[in-house]
Design a protein around this ligand. Structure first.
Ligand SMILES: [Zn+2]
Length: 382
């Protein structure tokens, strides 16, 4: 068993089974992140950044000339997507704002989305998932007992963005993903977001419904969309100097955006999954990756991160219990069923069919077949 170790520069530790450390005790995550942060557009000088951003805006305008919308943006009501919507309008672009309604929005999230659209004069394109199917897929992931239960929502958001870009013939998807707060991600904590083999296998094995009509986006489809439809997905906040705290102040002031008070206040599911299920059952605290990203970007000190990590995810037991009850009610399962799910042995994507296994088999099967035939022939000759 690996001894517990925490990085000397960031706060990633051996709760990520794939972490490695160098002779200084620095981990692979922050070492790689620091290198990535030097790359353009994030790592450019302010002047060069400005120029690159100007070019991007021009490209979007030219590609969308004469159309009602020149870009698609995702709008979750969180800080990143709200600030991006604010910037995009400042730049004079004409975005179509896509919101995935997965039926887990908190009231304050709904209010924020409505305020943002009203104050920015944004056209909101709301995509509501079929709840029965979505619920079946979310529950299937919980029963599969892997740490990847955010896949239905994460995949759903990007499916909606790509589908709408195609439908409206829009060439640019401007995303709020950004290196300053997301340069560090532990693969073992969450993976397979566009692995259709994995997602469909989980549903087939653990879902109650026979088939899903939900469109599931695959890695191949993303490649296809890029090549054949010429659609570009751009992590747009990397083109500007992005400081989350400053961004919050701006959107509060300009857009009547209300702070959720705590992280993941926009969705009960994300909150209970990331702040209770993931740490309690799997031992993964995603704040470590988030804070480590901020440390790598120079927006947080290691001491501040350690202090924040010492604070509990849920402030009190009552709030946990309330969220568990809400989750069970919404999923129409009993609390005993929920406890059974929590007690299931931990699994990973490697315990199920997935794209890598499929590819390996596709490559290996012909070799195995030839081997078998040869052995058979040799036996007959003898
Ligand atoms: Zn590190």
């Amino acid at each position: 068993m690996k001894l517990y170790q925490v990085c000397n520069r960031c706060v990633m530790d051996t709760t990520d089974p794939d972490i490695t450390f160098d002779e200084n005790g620095y981990c692979n995550h922050c070492t790689n992140a620091i290198e990535r942060l030097k790359q353009p557009p994030y790592g450019l000088s302010p002047q060069e950044k400005e120029k690159t951003l100007h070019q991007l805006i021009e490209n979007v305008k030219v590609a969308g000339k004469g159309k009602q919308y020149d870009c698609v943006i995702g709008l979750s009501g969180g800080v990143d997507s709200t600030y991006l919507a604010y910037l995009v309008k400042q730049w004079g672009l004409h975005p179509l704002a896509v919101h995935l309604d997965n039926h887990w929005n908190s009231e304050i999230a709904e209010q924020n989305i409505s305020n943002i659209c009203k104050n920015l004069g944004l056209k909101e394109k709301r995509v509501a998932v079929n709840w029965e199917e979505f619920k079946d897929l979310q529950l299937a992931f919980l029963r599969a007992s892997t740490p990847d239960s955010e896949i239905p929502s994460d995949n759903g958001i990007f499916t909606a963005l790509w589908d709408i870009a195609k439908e409206y013939k829009i060439k640019y998807i401007l995303s709020g993903s950004n290196l300053s707060s997301e340069s560090i991600i532990a693969r073992a904590w969450s993976q397979g977001h566009y692995d259709k083999t994995y997602i469909t296998a989980i549903h087939k094995q653990f879902g109650k419904m026979k088939k899903l009509s939900l469109h599931i986006l695959s890695n191949e489809e993303i490649r296809f969309n890029r090549i054949f439809f010429g659609i570009k997905l751009i992590s747009t906040l990397d083109f500007v100097t992005y400081d989350k705290e400053q961004a919050k102040a701006i959107i509060e002031r300009e857009l009547d955006w209300k702070n959720y008070g705590r992280k993941h206040g926009e969705s009960t599911y994300t909150r209970i999954f990331q702040e209770y299920i993931l740490p309690t059952k799997f031992g993964f605290d995603k704040r470590k990756a988030h804070f480590s990203s901020l440390i790598a970007a120079g927006q947080m000190t290691r001491d501040e991160a350690i202090k924040c990590l010492s604070e509990p995810l849920y402030s009190d037991e009552q709030s946990v219990q309330k969220d568990i009850v809400d989750l069970c009610n919404k999923f129409e399962i009993t609390q005993t069923e929920f406890e059974e799910i929590m007690a299931l042995p931990v699994k990973s994507i490697n315990d199920y069919p997935n794209d890598s296994k499929l590819l390996r088999n596709k490559l290996l099967n012909p070799i195995r077949l030839i081997k078998r035939k040869l052995t058979h022939l040799l036996k007959r000759k003898r």
